[in-house]
Structures are given as structure tokens and as C-alpha cells.
Design a protein around this ligand. Structure first.
Ligand code: C2E
Ligand code: CA
Ligand code: CA
Length: 548
């Protein structure tokens, strides 16, 4: 397969000075220079004086601008003007010896042709080099250099920028090799170029990334064409290839004279957003807006704790055998001054990406232990669980800080439980084991939260010092209707118990599910059916009632 785009496709981004369109003005000027110089030589006294050399100027210019044949023609005309038509000395009127001017004619024609030939050759080589530099040598697709050379007149000031990411390029290369991948991406380029109109530009900016620029009004149509051409089946070397792609788009106003890669910053980030969220297509504004919202939220959370905008609620866990309370889980709430209550599933993932998670966890631990202490004093020796994030666990100061908070609270270690997700442990299994062991040695209990939502097996978890498995609440959603879910839950309960772990089933909302789970000999349960997460006051009240 020919991997090089047709010359038409290349032409539009080759600089003007290289193509040197045959400008008739320059030709007229060169031709007019001949009689003018003839006049100068004649009026200064004839060929015997030095001024005749001025004639080289139009000959050289003719060669440079119009190549060998025009250079030679001008050389010939100049030689005749300065030959039989020009005396040696205008005063004496003595004519030249024909040998002189015939020899000069030969020189003039040679100079015109040689300069013309050299200039044409140089120009062709320069175009070749420019083209080579502007084309990805492996795929034959214009690259980011081509972007700079793309004629502004082909593009409107307001554009739509698209970024296409080929998500499975590694697996294609691993299985079928780079040649097949390069041919594939070239094929995508050809399909795109055929589908899009002349005002569009397609470049390859990375091994797995294509950029498309087109007039802003063709956003919708352009998007459809791109998706359609990516969905067209691609068969390379008789192998049908599946392309997993993500597209990001952004509207760019006032694209400058030279198109810079910066034009694609927003579409790149939209494409990455699409990739992360398994989306086919994302239009730019949304991602930057989303990021802005997230950033603002994070910035306001930095002050939230000090401003007493956060508080804890507590959700009881029930011992299914006795119906009594088994423990409480502390869950954070944020009462945002402008937005009201914000769910922890919205802000915790943002905070977990920053060091603020340390402040948050310390604060939760301190206040949860305060509640626990109060309950002990009121005669309820109820264990309290707090959620610990991966960043906390791997913070070298976390252990010392937590121990200090615990000691200050006066709550015995045995009444404290840390809930961690499987993915937290997997992030760094060796370190996790070591850190957890230090807490466990003191008597703190460890629970695996959201078990089943990740990929780990119980067999793998046995190497960690843990005490409880909390089965993810997602399983409870269709446990009544989906027999497979039921089997998974039942066998997880059995296996966990056989391995010596306590089992907590989360998210029980109805009596039916509660009865069903109880019939599987499950020890502990948590869910709206028994109790919603409650403020400290509500919990104290709840504890005095007989239902537990
Ligand atoms: P999680 O640790 O799995 O917490 C249980 C979540 O399930 C809580 O949501 C709780 O309100 C909810 N839930 C309890 N019973 C039921 C039920 O029967 N049905 C349903 N559908 N949901 C039930 P919440 O409080 O919105 O917290 C969401 C997540 O945010 C928590 O999931 C936890 O991962 C995180 N989170 C909450 N508080 C903290 C905290 O103080 N620190 C950290 N690091 N994460 C926290
Ligand atoms: Ca939890
Ligand atoms: Ca959970």
C-alpha cells in the first residue's frame, strides 16, 4: 500500500516562497530591464566600458524565478542587445568583432541556464525536505510541522478542533506489529481525508493521536463523519481490526495566522476525559467546566473543616444473631454554605487526590472517637469504624498521628475499626501489610470495605492482617432477582466465615433481603432497613430505644 498522501494533499502546507507561483509582474520587470540596461550602456559610451555587466542582473533573476529555459532566453536577448546592436564606442561608432559578442552570447545563455537549473533543483530539494519533515515517515500522515505550514487561507478564524485517541494501539502493536498499526492509522487518515471537505486538516501528533481542524460550523457534521469513518471496518492484511477510540472536541475562536499545537489543548483534554470515562465523544466545554467545578469545590473544602461546615453521621451495624448493635460507622457530611449538603461520593474522590485527605481523616478519627467516648460513658461499649484512604495508609506520619489522636481520646484500641478498600491494599501490598500489622498489634480491627467491587479474591486477601469482610452494597441491589448474585453473596459469606473473618453485608434495605441474608448464617448487617446514618444526637436517642 502506498503510504504517501497524494501531492495535492501536501501542496497546501508548503510555504509560498517554495512554490513561487509564476508571478507575471516579475517577468514583466525582468523583460523591461533589458531595454533600460541597453540604454544605460549606450549612453555611457558603449560596450568597452564596465556598465555592460549590469546585464547579468536580469539574466540571473530570470534563471532564479523561472528556471533554465527562461534564463537562457533572457541571456540570448541580452547578448543580442549588447552584441550586433551595440557599438564598442558610441562616439567612434566602431562595431564589435562578431567573435566577441558570439562568445558573450554563449556565456549569457550558459549563466541563465545554469542559474535556472540550480534554482529549480534547489527548490525541488527544499520542497522534498519540507515535505519529508512535514510527513510522519512511518505512516505518511502530515505531522505537527505540517500544521505550521498549513495555509491560513484554507482555514477559517473560528474552528472546531478534534482530538482522536486510538486507545487500543498498544494491543494492536503487541499482537500484529508496528507495520500493521502504521498501515491502519494511514487508512484512518485516508478515510478521514476523503470524508472531510477541503477546509479541513488532519495531522498525526502522536503515535496514537490524530488532530482534525475544521470550520466551526461543521462541528456536528464533522463529528459524524469522524465517527463514521472510524467505525468503518478496517481490514489490514486480511485481518479485520477493531479500533477502540475516544474523541474530544473544542471550539476555538480566533485561530491565529500560524496554527500552533496549542489550538488542540482543550480537545486533547476532552479526549482524555472521554478515554477515562469510556465515552466515544466529549465536547470540550464540559470537561473544563467540570474541572472548574471540581477545583472550586476543593478550594472551598480547604476551609470547610475550620469553618465547621463538616459533621459526622453514624450508621449502626447490627448483629444478625442477636439483633443488637454491633458497631457504628462514621460517615462524613459537608454542609456547603452555597450548595447545601454535598455527598461524600462527590467530594471524597477529589480530596483523596490531595493532601487534604490527611486533614480530613484526622478530623474524622478525632470526632468519631469523641462520639465513641461519649457512648462508653453512657454505658454503650460500641466499636466505631472509620474509612481510611490509600493516601492515608501510605503516609509515613499516619501511624504516629493516629496513635496520638487515639491516646488523647481515651478510647481502647479494641473498639476502633479501620475500613479500607481492596484497591487501597493492592496499591502497594507489601507496605499495606507492614502498616496494618502495626495497627493490628495494638488491637485495632481492620475491615475490607466494598468487597467484591474490585478484582481481588479472598485467597489473596488472606495474606493481610484483616478481621472483617464487608460485602459491597451493589450486590444487594438485585440479590432478590438475580440468582447468580445470590450465589456469589452466599459463597462469599461461607468462604469468609471459613477463613475466620467476620462478615458484614452492606446496603440491606428491606425485610426480605434481611431475612434472606440471615438465612445464610451471616453475622452482621448494615443498611437503611435497620438504620439510616444519624447525627450524634439522633444516635444517642436511637441507642436508648429497644429495637436493637
Ligand atoms: P462506604 O464506606 O461504603 O459507606 C457506606 C455508604 O452507603 C454511605 O454512603 C451510606 O450512607 C450508604 N448506605 C448505608 N446503608 C445503605 C442502604 O441500605 N442502601 C444504600 N443504597 N446505601 C446505604 P455515604 O455516607 O454517602 O458515603 C459514601 C462513601 O463516601 C462511603 O462509602 C465512603 O467510601 C466515603 N466516605 C464517607 N465518609 C467518609 C469519611 O469520613 N472518610 C473517607 N475516607 N471516606 C468516606
Ligand atoms: Ca465504609
Ligand atoms: Ca462500603
Amino acid at each position: 500500500m502506498n503510504k504517501h498522501p497524494d501531492s495535492k494533499a501536501i501542496k497546501f502546507f508548503i510555504a509560498d516562497w517554495l512554490t513561487l507561483k509564476k508571478n507575471p509582474m516579475i517577468m514583466v520587470i525582468i523583460v523591461l530591464m533589458l531595454p533600460v540596461i541597453y540604454g544605460i550602456v549606450y549612453s555611457t559610451g558603449g560596450i568597452k566600458f564596465v556598465y555592460s555587466h549590469t546585464m547579468y542582473i536580469p539574466i540571473i533573476l530570470a534563471g532564479i524565478f523561472y528556471g533554465a529555459s527562461f534564463g537562457a532566453t533572457i541571456g540570448l536577448a541580452a547578448a543580442i542587445l549588447l552584441g550586433p546592436l551595440m557599438p564598442i564606442d558610441t562616439i567612434t561608432g566602431e562595431l564589435q568583432d562578431p567573435v566577441n559578442w558570439i562568445y558573450r552570447l554563449f556565456i549569457f545563455v550558459m549563466v541563465g541556464s545554469i542559474i535556472g537549473y540550480a534554482s529549480t533543483k534547489l527548490r525541488r530539494d527544499a520542497i522534498k525536505i519540507e515535505t519529508m519533515m512535514s510527513i510522519n515517515q512511518e505512516t505518511g500522515i502530515p505531522n505537527t510541522n505540517a500544521l505550521k505550514r498549513f495555509h491560513q487561507k484554507h482555514i477559517t478564524p473560528n474552528c472546531t478542533a478534534f482530538t482522536i485517541l486510538i486507545n487500543n494501539h498498544h494491543s494492536i502493536i503487541d499482537v500484529l506489529g508496528t507495520d500493521v498499526y502504521h498501515t491502519l492509522i494511514h487508512q484512518i487518515y485516508i478515510d478521514l481525508s476523503n470524508g472531510l471537505n477541503k477546509q479541513s486538516l488532519v495531522v498525526q501528533s502522536d503515535a496514537n493521536r490524530l488532530w482534525v481542524l475544521m470550520p466551526i460550523e461543521s462541528l456536528e457534521a464533522g463529528k459524524d463523519i469522524i465517527i463514521e469513518s472510524l467505525n468503518q471496518s478496517k481490514i489490514i492484511n486480511d485481518i479485520p481490526l477493531y479500533i477502540d477510540y475516544s474523541i474530544g472536541a473544542a471550539m476555538i475562536y480566533g485561530v491565529s495566522q500560524t496554527i500552533s499545537p496549542k489550538v488542540f489543548i482543550e480537545s486533547d483534554s476532552s479526549a482524555r476525559y472521554a478515554q477515562r470515562h469510556n465515552l466515544v465523544y466529549v465536547l470540550g466545554d464540559k470537561t473544563s467546566y467540570q474541572k472548574r467545578v471540581e477545583y472550586d469545590l476543593l478550594a472551598s473544602f480547604a476551609k470547610a473543616i475550620n469553618n465547621q461546615e463538616t459533621f459526622l453521621v453514624y450508621q449502626p451495624k447490627i448483629n444478625m444473631k442477636t439483633g443488637r448493635i454491633h458497631g457504628i460507622e462514621a460517615l462524613i457530611r459537608w454542609n456547603h454554605p452555597g450548595q447545601g449538603l454535598i455527598s461524600p461520593s462527590v467530594f471524597i474522590p477529589l480530596i483523596e487526590e490531595t493532601k487534604l485527605i490527611h486533614t480530613l481523616t484526622d478530623w474524622v478519627l478525632k470526632h468519631a472517637l469523641l462520639q465513641c467516648r461519649k457512648m462508653i460513658d453512657a454505658g454503650h461499649r460500641v466499636p466505631v469504624a472509620i474509612n481510611v484512604s490509600a493516601k492515608n495508609l501510605f503516609d509515613p506520619l499516619f501511624f504516629d498521628r493516629s496513635i496520638k489522636i487515639i491516646k488523647d481520646s481515651g478510647v481502647p484500641y479494641e473498639l476502633i475499626k479501620f475500613e479500607l478498600t481492596e484497591s487501597t491494599l493492592m496499591a502497594n501490598p507489601e507496605d499495606s501489610k507492614a502498616i496494618l500489622a502495626k495497627f493490628v498489634k495494638l488491637g485495632i480491627k481492620i475491615a475490607i470495605d466494598d468487597f467484591g467491587s474490585g478484582y481481588s479474591s479472598l485467597a489473596y486477601l488472606t495474606q493481610f492482617p484483616i478481621h472483617f469482610i464487608k460485602i459491597d452494597r451493589l450486590f444487594m441491589q438485585d440479590v432478590m432477582t438475580n440468582p447468580a448474585m445470590l450465589t456469589i453473596v452466599k459463597s462469599t459469606i461461607d468462604l469468609s466465615k471459613n477463613l475466620g473473618y467476620g462478615v458484614v453485608v452492606e446496603g440491606i434495605e428491606t425485610k426480605e433481603v434481611s431475612d434472606l441474608i440471615a438465612s445464610y448464617d451471616c453475622d452482621f448487617a448494615q443498611g437503611y432497613y435497620y438504620a439510616y446514618p444519624m447525627t450524634s444526637e439522633k444516635l444517642n436517642e436511637w441507642l436508648t430505644k429497644p429495637h436493637h
